[in-house]
Design a protein. Structure first.
Length: 481
């Protein structure tokens, strides 16, 4: 059984039941005006023929006008009911011919238009063929009968002066009538079908245009959503990391101030540095939002180390990116795996001992991939400070494999297990905190995999792996780690 969703869409030009849209008010008014003009022209032509004595025994004036009304006025609704109009016009045409109505020019035009409209506007193509076929058959039967009736009189008549050729005058006139009528009806049939096909092709073009516009709107909305998520990830990762450092440093300074003012001052310097780094990254995000993407000089300088501290390393030279969901020539492009040593040192200065190990030969990475790995490490270390507990040690490992780049952040902390599981262990995309959601989105954007969970013997592990097949040659990553 066909479901409701399997039924053909009548608005689809390729559907079997497609039909042209209903004629507009303007089209109906134009048809009514045309029918009126044809009626006036037909009556005028009939009067002229009658005055010229072209027909030896013409029908009366009232009968002639009635027949001409039947031939012309139905054309006012020809697009609404094409088959019915064609039948009425053809019948009135036959009646006018049988009664010797002295008018043929406008009547032939009206009959042609009626048959053309059947081909151009009749929704049922089978009905269109049957209607035109029956009309054409009736007209040719009438023509043959008329020719046969005229043949008896032609046999008794002498050939007119000047007649010559292989055919008799009657045969020649009969052939002219047959050929003329064949071309007349074939033209009305072909032009009507051609108009139908043209309308269907225009409908296909309009449908494709609407689909493309709808797809463009969806793509624009999706791009806005992706950009919002990207900015949310950057804001979360930058602010959470540095604010966490500031909180740890401020707590340490408050504890040390009564007993060891110099160390308290060092802790406050760390708070100041973290605040400066956070502001620098936030300014970079603001510049990204304000910059004109079409400008050739829209690539800001590195935001990882401000111009005052001179700590930016070689990553800033190749960090801008025009691709993907995170790059786009942004100021944060200088943040990448080559900044991991500074990140680890910052974590250690914030009170959590952290070490970094690089395994394998560093290879070029696109700025987006490098930035994502850096942010994952940053978020993982932030969560070590939050949940691992006092005395925890963090271990950061960057492995360059043949077919993947792997980042691993683990700790041996003994923090509250329930709190850590709430923040890390759920495998769902929407589970855990925003940091975990951001990690999963970053890894998915690079076609990689993310594993988060407890370690045997205590502590937690974050492992992100990006396949080499998704890595294109981008900015060079040094072996500073």
């Amino acid at each position: 059984m066909r479901g409701v969703t399997d039924a053909p869409d009548p608005a689809d030009p390729d559907a079997p039941g497609w039909s042209r849209p209903r004629p507009s008010g303007g089209e109906l008014r134009a048809d009514a005006a045309l029918a009126g003009v044809l009626l006036v022209a037909a009556v005028l032509t009939m009067v002229l023929y009658r005055s010229a004595g072209f027909y030896p025994e013409p029908a009366s004036g009232a009968v002639s006008v009635a027949a001409l009304v039947g031939v012309t006025l139905p054309l006012a609704v020809r697009r609404r009911w094409p088959s019915a109009v064609a039948a009425v016009v053809a019948a009135a045409f036959l009646v006018g011919g049988l009664l010797h109505v002295p008018e043929q020019v406008i009547s032939n035009i009206a009959l042609f238009m009626a048959l053309y409209t059947v081909g151009a506007w009749e929704p049922s193509r089978a009905r269109a063929s049957w209607t035109r076929g029956l009309v054409v058959l009736g007209m040719f039967v009438w023509l043959v009968v008329a020719l046969y009736s005229a043949s008896a009189d032609a046999a008794d008549e002498d050939a007119p002066p000047g007649a010559s050729g292989p055919f008799s005058p009657f045969v020649a006139l009969s052939l002219v009538q047959l050929v003329t009528n064949a071309l007349f009806f074939a033209g009305a049939w072909w032009f009507g079908d051609h108009a139908w096909r043209s309308a269907r092709e225009r409908a296909r073009t309009a449908l494709r245009t609407r689909l493309l516009q709808a797809e463009r709107v969806r793509a624009e909305a999706q791009a806005v959503t992706i950009e919002r998520l990207r900015l949310a990830r950057e804001l979360h990762d930058a602010v959470a990391h540095h604010v966490s450092l500031m909180g740890v440093g401020a707590a340490a300074a408050r504890t040390l101030l009564p007993v060891d003012p110099p160390r308290a001052a060092e802790a406050l310097e760390g708070v100041e540095g973290a605040a400066r780094e956070a502001l620098t990254e936030l300014h970079g995000l603001v510049r990204t939002l304000r910059q004109d993407e079409g400008a050739p000089d829209a690539t800001p300088h590195a935001a990882g180390g401000g111009p005052s501290d001179g700590s930016s390393d070689g990553a800033s030279d190749g960090s801008s990116s025009a691709d993907g969901s995170f790059g786009r020539r942004e100021a944060l492009g200088s943040l990448g795996v080559d900044r991991l040593p500074a990140l680890v040192a910052e974590t250690t200065a914030g009170g959590v001992e952290a070490t970094l190990a690089v395994v394998g030969q560093p290879r070029p990475l696109p700025p987006t991939v490098s930035l994502n790995l850096y942010r994952i490490a940053q978020e993982a270390l932030t969560n070590v400070r939050k949940h691992a507990g006092p005395g925890a040690h963090a271990d950061v490992r960057l492995r360059w494999l043949d077919d993947a780049v792997e980042l691993e952040v683990s700790d041996d902390g003994r923090g509250p297990r329930r709190g850590r599981e709430a923040a890390w262990s759920s495998p769902g995309w929407g589970a855990g905190g925003l940091g975990l959601v951001g990690m999963r989105e970053r890894v998915a954007a690079d076609g990689g995999e993310l594993h988060v969970g407890p370690r045997r013997g205590g502590g937690f592990l974050v492992r992100a792996s990006v396949p080499r097949r998704r890595v294109e040659v981008g900015a060079s990553v040094g072996g500073g780690a």
